[in-house]
Design a protein around this ligand. Structure first.
Ligand code: C2E
Ligand code: CA
Ligand code: CA
Ligand code: CA
Length: 276
């Protein structure tokens, strides 16, 4: 029994070593990725469901590793957060998305907005607000054409500080979007406390909406509730026409999902915007 215990211990240790090793390697290659600029921003169109026109896009980061190829954000954002590398990445996301927005606006000369995902750690760094305002001002972007998407977990850390920062940005015109709405534990509480402009209803509600009556009623109620509170609504993850039609009958303002377009390079978005 003693022998066995020892073996298990060794095995466990090796596994831990392996996990730790992988974590270190990822951190190391993430540092290199920042230095060598291996990131790209993709844009997923957001459609005005009443006019059926593109009105904006969400910026989603892509890491193109020289050997491993495409690495999805959910496999590196958490480590970037743990190691603090997220602030460098986030800075890049903001300045790149603002300069891309400038280019998009010049090409389509219509009102258009871009929103970026802001993670927990980044939000609490002291120069986050300066960074956003500086990028926008230096390119003369209308603040109302730039949005930040926050999740409930971001808001949770230090509510007073979060409310302060959000109010400051909102007073300057920047749009505040509450991401993944409906999936957190205290959604309603946040909706009450935070200066939100737009609510993004999580894909999980949209997915089963056309064949699950309960989910359909929940999606409708979330839209109605948002409207009662004078908030606009984006439905995430629309994949087929039936979902889109149903959401239109629920007076949902905006839609996003594979039906309208997957996340794509800026050049493709420009092509799509010309056709839509
Ligand atoms: P999110 O903010 O909820 O983004 C929506 C995700 O759903 C994206 O995955 C998008 O590609 C995917 N999606 C959009 N439409 C559909 C659809 O119709 N069907 C399905 N099945 N999926 C759809 P992606 O790009 O892999 O991003 C995953 C998450 O990574 C994002 O979730 C966001 O939380 C995070 N993320 C992405 N870019 C950034 C960034 O620049 N900074 C930070 N901090 N987080 C980011
Ligand atoms: Ca988002
Ligand atoms: Ca989302
Ligand atoms: Ca999400």
């Amino acid at each position: 029994a003693k022998e066995k215990g020892k073996n298990i211990f060794c095995f466990y240790n090796k596994e831990m070593d392996k996990a730790l090793q992988e974590q270190f390697e990822l951190e190391w290659s993430l540092r290199k990725a920042i230095e060598q600029n291996q990131f790209k921003l993709f844009y997923q169109p957001i459609i005005d469901l009443k006019r059926m026109k593109i009105c904006g896009a969400e910026a989603l980061i892509r890491w193109i590793h020289p050997e491993k190829g495409f690495i999805p954000p959910l496999s590196f954002i958490p480590i970037a957060e743990q190691t603090g590398l997220i602030s460098k990445i986030g800075e890049w996301v903001i300045s790149r998305s603002v300069s891309d927005l400038k280019e998009i606006k010049m090409a389509i000369n219509d009102s258009f907005y871009v929103s970026v995902n802001v993670s927990l750690k980044e939000f609490s760094t002291s120069n986050f607000v300066d960074n956003v305002l500086y990028s926008i001002n230096s390119l003369k972007i209308e603040p109302t054409e730039f949005g930040i998407e926050i999740t409930e977990s971001v808001a949770m850390v230090d509510p007073q500080k979060t409310i302060g920062i959000l109010n400051f940005l909102k007073e300057r015109g920047i749009k505040i979007l509450l991401d993944d709405f409906g999936t957190g534990y205290s959604s309603l509480n946040y909706l009450k406390q935070l200066p939100i402009d737009i609510v993004k209803i999580d894909r999980s509600f949209i997915q089963n909406m056309t064949y699950d009556q309960k989910e359909q009623k929940m999606a409708k109620s979330l839209i109605d509730l948002s409207h009662i509170l004078d908030l606009k609504v984006v439905a995430e993850g629309i994949e087929d026409e039936r979902q889109a039609e149903l959401l239109k009958t629920f007076s949902c303002d905006f839609g996003q999902g594979y039906l309208f377009g997957k996340p794509m390079p800026k050049e493709e978005l420009l092509e799509l915007a010309k056709r839509f």
